[in-house]
Design a protein around this ligand. Structure first.
Ligand SMILES: NC(=O)c1ccc[n+]([C@@H]2O[C@H](COP(=O)([O-])OP(=O)(O)OC[C@H]3O[C@@H](n4cnc5c(N)ncnc54)[C@H](OP(=O)(O)O)[C@@H]3O)[C@@H](O)[C@H]2O)c1
Length: 345
C-alpha cells in the first residue's frame, strides 16, 4: 500500500512524504478497508509535529478520518459481520492517509445512501459533536435562537444544519465574507463578522428586532468551538445554554461567573470522543438522529470545494490549507479520484 508515514516528527506538513509499505494482512478482529477519501483534522497537524495528546510509537501513518470500501471482513467473523465485502463505510482510526487501513467494527458506519466518499470522510467527528451538543446536551427546540461561532468551520457547518433542522433560527459568526456566504448557503438566517469587536451588540440588535419577550435580549443557545463564552454571555437570554465545544482560537478562557448567575444560564461541556467510553448508549442514539436528518435531506456533506486535493501526495497541501484558516467545512483528500474514474467509464 501507499501511505503518509511519519518516521520522525516534522516541522510542518510540507515535510511529509508518501511511502510504499506492506498492505496490512487480514486480521481476526478488524476489517481491511480500501480508502477512497481521507478527512483532515487540526489534531493531525499537531500529531505530525509530536504535539498531540495521542502519539503512537514511531513510525506511524498519519490521518484519522476516512471513507472507503470493505476489502475483507475480520477472519474470526466470516459469518455474522455487520459489514460485507464491497460495503461503503466511513470511520476513524489512526492511519487514514493511506490506500488501505485496518479498522475495528465499532469505528465504522455505513456511508449514507447517495453520499460521496469525499463527503462521508468528513462526517465521523463533526456531525456527532454538533448533534450531541445541540440536541443531547442543549435540548434545542423549535423557536430557539442559536448563535453558532466559527459557523463555516467543520463542526460549525454541522451545527448550523442541525439547529435549522430542529426548527431554530441561526445567527452564524465567521471571520471572512466567503465563510459567511457559506454559512448562509448551509441555512444560517443571519451572519455576523465576529472580528468586529462589537459583534455581541449586533446579536442583541437582531434579537431585539425579531424576538419577543425574554428572547428580545439575546439567544437561547451558544455553540462555541472557538473560546468565546465570556463575550457570548453578553448576548444571551434568560435560561440560555452555552456549549463549550473547543478552543480554536488557542486560549482556554476564563469566564465571569457573575453573568452565569445573573442570567440564570448553563455552561455545558461536550467531549464527544469520550461518549464511547462513558455513555455508550448515547452514541447510537446520536448517530440515528444524524442518519434520520440525512434521510430527510436536512443534513448534507460539508467537504471544502474551493480547491481540490487529489492523491496522497496532496496531503501536505491539504493540511497546510487547513492550518491557514482559509478553508471552510471539511478539507478532504481524495485518495482515489472517483470522479475521474467515473468519467473514464
Ligand atoms: N468537543 C468535542 O468533542 C470536539 C469535537 C470536534 C472538534 N472539537 C474542537 O472544535 C474546534 C473546531 O473544530 P473544527 O473541526 O470545526 O475546526 P476547523 O474546521 O478548523 O474550524 C475552526 C474555525 O475556528 C475559527 N477560528 C477562530 N480563531 C481561530 C484561530 N486562531 N485559528 C484557527 N481557526 C480559528 C475559524 O473560523 P473563522 O476564520 O471564521 O474565524 C475556523 O474556521 C477545534 O478546537 C476542535 O478541537 C471539539
Amino acid at each position: 500500500m501507499r501511505a503518509v508515514q511519519v518516521k520522525e516528527y516534522v516541522k510542518g506538513p510540507m515535510d511529509l512524504q508518501v511511502s510504499t509499505l506492506p498492505t496490512p494482512s487480514l486480521s481476526p478482529n478488524e476489517y481491511l478497508i480500501e480508502i477512497h477519501s481521507a478527512g483532515t483534522n487540526f489534531f493531525d497537524l499537531l500529531q505530525i509535529q509530536g504535539k498531540y495528546q495521542h502519539q503512537p510509537p514511531l513510525p506511524w501513518v498519519g490521518g484519522a478520518e476516512f471513507a472507503g470500501t470493505v476489502l475483507a471482513v475480520p477472519t474470526s467473523k466470516t459469518s455474522g459481520s455487520r459489514y460485507k465485502v464491497g460495503d461503503r463505510v466511513f470511520g476513524a482510526t489512526q492511519g487514514a492517509y493511506a490506500t488501505h487501513i485496518l479498522a475495528a467494527e465499532h469505528t465504522l458506519l455505513p456511508v449514507p445512501k447517495g453520499w460521496s466518499f469525499e463527503d462521508a470522510a468528513g462526517l465521523f467527528v463533526t456531525a456527532p459533536t454538533s448533534f450531541g451538543g445541540l440536541v443531547h446536551r442543549a435540548n434545542v427546540q423549535p423557536g430557539d435562537w442559536v448563535l453558532v461561532h466559527a459557523a463555516a468551520g467543520g463542526v460549525g457547518l454541522a451545527a448550523v444544519q442541525i439547529a435549522k433542522a430542529y426548527g431554530a433560527t441561526v445567527i452564524a459568526t465567521a471571520g471572512t465574507e466567503r465563510k459567511r456566504q457559506i454559512a448562509l448557503e448551509f441555512g444560517a438566517d443571519h451572519v455576523i463578522d465576529y472580528r468586529n469587536k462589537s459583534w455581541p451588540e449586533e446579536v442583541k440588535k437582531l434579537c431585539a428586532q425579531h424576538r419577543t419577550g425574554n428572547g428580545k435580549v439575546g439567544v437561547d443557545i451558544v455553540y462555541d468551538p472557538v473560546g468565546m463564552i465570556d463575550a457570548s454571555l453578553k448576548c444571551v437570554a434568560w435560561n440560555a445554554r452555552l456549549l463549550v465545544i473547543g478552543f480554536a482560537a488557542g486560549q482556554i478562557e476564563k469566564v465571569a461567573l457573575n453573568r452565569v448567575l445573573l442570567k440564570n444560564v448553563s455552561i455545558v461541556g461536550l467531549h464527544w470522543g469520550q461518549y464511547a467510553r462513558f455513555e455508550k448508549e448515547a452514541v447510537g442514539t446520536v448517530w440515528q438522529g444524524i442518519f434520520d436528518l440525512v434521510a430527510q435531506g436536512k443534513f448534507r456533506g460539508t467537504a471544502f470545494k474551493d480547491e481540490s486535493f487529489v492523491g496522497l501526495e496532496s496531503v501536505p497541501r491539504a493540511l497546510q490549507a487547513l492550518g491557514s484558516r482559509g478553508t471552510w467545512g471539511k478539507v478532504v483528500v481524495k485518495v482515489v479520484d472517483d470522479d475521474a474514474a467515473k468519467s473514464k467509464l
